[in-house]
Ligand binder design. Structure first.
Ligand code: GDP
Ligand code: IMO
Ligand code: MG
Length: 422
């Protein structure tokens, strides 16, 4: 059985797209298991850039079948837009994309509500892609799944209840025009014909493909520290990027997983609000942002940058059970005289070495650092571990020792082949 799971281990944007693309050389199927068009997964192949939001990153390799799992919330407009861009880029998508029937939809009103929520107090800094409101409807049992698009009675009754509730908020809380059931219905009727060709009748195909011996790669979006259960709540997304989400979001069993790979940047970034103990709110942070081109792949927002946080990474490894780590963007640190790694925190003068799950506490901790000498040489594109400067090796070995997990992939540039595989 070969079922690998690629999971972001920080606050997203770790370079999952690049790692999924790299590993998909050797797989038959790539499955996205959660999140929605809030994700932006970037791949560079021979200088050509692709940014995937909903469609699995396996799509850029011709032979791969791509499945959108039931854990995803799918915005049909974003999906068709993405398909169009792929076609413009000469990627043949015919018969290569399947959507599981129990995948929930993101509808236009979800995006409006997401954006309105961000204008009030308690801003999360969401991507505005309707993710939270769509998952809210799923859990309220008021959502519409892809399969429900073909059931007029269901659409009618669920919209009646859903929109009745939304319109109370629209009128009295958001103070906007009421939503029209007719307009939403027309939108659903318009997309259902177009999307039908992608919809699988069977929600268990991923599990069956594994049993048939297909090599599968499960692609997570966001990262463990944005997980709704395990992340820095409430500054999180609304799904489970962590390992449990990979199972429920694709309909497979824990027994079917063979390897769990955590992707970590050689430093840390975060977009939106929320605690970030090692954040560098200074010139150095800006320097890393510019060297690493740390601007959101979905919203273009500047990413907050800071040092690698090992207690956070260890926490992530603990809850996901990483078998190995892929370290990305090591090349970005090349210009620095010295590089720091957070190995613990101080709280009211006392040392703690775990990642506090209590957000107000996490906001207060002061990082404790180990300082490393920089290598001050470009390592961009290095493909052999032995060619790395001694200082870079020391940095990586320190991470491995702290986590007691092997680093099996080191990314030294954004191009597919700028990679060391150990
Ligand atoms: P994802 O959401 O985890 O897939 O990551 P993003 O695509 O949002 O952000 C990662 C960014 O870093 C993208 O622009 C990638 O092209 C880029 N990238 C990935 N790996 C490397 C690397 O090793 N070095 C450099 N310089 N850039 C990288
Ligand atoms: P990928 O898959 C980085 C962040 C948002 C915000 C919080 C909630 O590219 O790593 P949401 O729109 O999900 O309700 O926003 O989560 N966020 C991401 N940050 N990478 C992502 O995806 C993200 N998806 C959501 O910035 O802080
Ligand atoms: Mg991203």
């Amino acid at each position: 059985m070969s079922v690998k799971v690629v999971i972001g281990s920080q606050w997203g944007d770790e370079g999952k797209g690049k790692i999924v693309d790299l590993l998909s050389e050797d797989v038959d199927v790539v499955v996205r298991y959660q999140g929605g068009a809030n994700a932006g997964h970037t791949i560079f192949v021979n200088g050509k850039k692709f940014v995937l939001h909903l469609i699995p990153s396996g799509i850029v390799r011709e032979k791969i079948l791509c499945i959108i799992g039931n854990g995803v919330v799918l915005d049909p407009s974003a999906f068709f837009e993405e398909l169009e861009i792929l076609k413009e880029n000469k990627i043949n998508t015919d018969n290569r994309i399947i959507i599981l029937p129990n995948t929930h939809l993101v509808l236009p009103f979800h995006k409006i509500i997401d954006q309105l929520n961000e204008m009030g107090t308690g801003k999360i800094g969401t991507t505005g892609r309707g993710i939270g409101p769509a998952y809210t409807d799923k859990y309220l049992r008021l959502g519409i799944r892809i399969i429900d698009l073909y059931n007029d009675d269901y659409i009618h009754s669920i919209l009646q209840r859903n929109i009745e509730l939304k319109n109370i908020l629209a009128k009295h809380y958001y103070k906007i025009d009421e939503f029209s059931i007719e307009i939403i219905k027309n939108y659903l009727f318009e997309i259902r014909g177009k999307i039908e060709q992608f919809v699988s009748k069977d929600s268990t195909i991923v599990s069956k493909m594994i049993d048939e011996g297909k090599k599968i790669l499960l692609e997570g979006a966001q990262g463990a520290l944005l997980d709704i259960d395990h992340g820095t709540y409430p500054y999180v997304t609304s799904s489970n990027p962590t390992i449990g989400g990979a199972l429920t979001g694709s309909g497979i069993s824990t027994k079917q997983i063979s390897e769990i790979i955590g992707v970590a940047k050689a430093y840390c970034t975060r977009v939106g609000e929320g605690p970030f103990p090692t954040e560098l709110k200074n010139k150095l942070g800006e320097k890393i942002r510019n060297s690493g081109n740390e601007f959101g792949a979905t919203t273009g927002r500047p990413r907050r940058c800071g040092w690698l946080d090992l207690p956070a990474l260890k926490y992530s490894a603990q809850i996901n059970g990483f078998d190995s780590i892929a370290i990305t963007k090591l090349d970005v640190l090349s210009e620095l005289d010295e590089i720091k790694i957070c190995t613990g925190y101080k709280l009211n003068g006392e040392l703690i070495n775990h990642f506090p799950v209590d957000t107000p506490t996490l906001m207060k901790v002061e990082p404790v650092y180990e300082t490393f000498k920089g290598w001050k040489n470009s390592i961009q594109g290095i493909r052999d571990y032995e060619d790395l400067p001694a200082e870079a090796k020391k940095y990586l070995e320190f991470i491995e020792d702290y986590l007691s997990i092997k680093i099996k992939i080191i990314s030294t540039g954004f191009e597919r082949n700028d990679t060391i595989i150990i």
